[in-house]
Design a protein around this ligand. Structure first.
Ligand SMILES: [Zn+2]
Length: 168
């Protein structure tokens, strides 16, 4: 059965909950349903829509989550897309590139590392994007924490309904 994305009252993603928890939150009036999966659940007395996106009625305080800086989270942030040629690749075909080359003092941080395919990485070599005339698709930044960061999938694997809430 499909899970639901749970948002805080302020619309920040909090977690992914299973369908039973999702329905319970709605029935208890603790959350409102913003989107439903295209299927229903029948009990003896009534039919429920299966929530896809829920929003809590009252805001809960959450600790300041930070996304671990790892190779796979960089790929996920960049949607498995080479930031130079814009093509998508499986993780095994990707590498990461220092925007300001390491040899010139570039550090290994969220704001200086981008996903690159191997040919683009070789082509750029130890030049800046300007010098190499290889403009970046997006400026690298530290991503917001997202509730499925522990899962191996990328954004394309998640329901359409969720996408507006995952990258604000
Ligand atoms: Zn490329």
């Amino acid at each position: 059965m499909k899970p639901a994305l749970l948002l805080n009252a302020s619309y920040e993603p909090l977690s992914v909950v299973d369908w039973k928890k999702a329905i319970t939150l709605v029935l208890l009036g603790k959350a409102e349903m913003l989107a439903a999966h295209r299927r229903t659940i029948r009990s003896a007395r009534r039919t429920f829509e299966l929530p896809s996106v829920l929003r809590l009625q009252r805001r809960v305080k959450v600790p300041n989550h930070r996304v671990h800086f790892t190779r796979s989270n960089v790929y996920r942030r960049d949607n498995f897309q080479c930031q130079y040629c814009a093509k998508k690749f499986p993780a095994s075909k990707l590498t990461f590139d220092h925007v300001l080359p390491k040899s010139r003092g570039g550090d290994t941080t969220w704001t200086n590392i981008v996903t690159s395919c191997q040919p683009c990485n070789r082509r750029k070599c130890s030049r800046t994007p300007e010098e190499a005339r290889m403009p970046l698709l997006t400026n690298p930044s530290e991503p917001r924490w997202w509730p499925f960061s522990a899962s191996a999938g990328n954004l394309d694997d998640h329901p359409e309904d969720w996408k507006p809430y995952l990258w604000i």
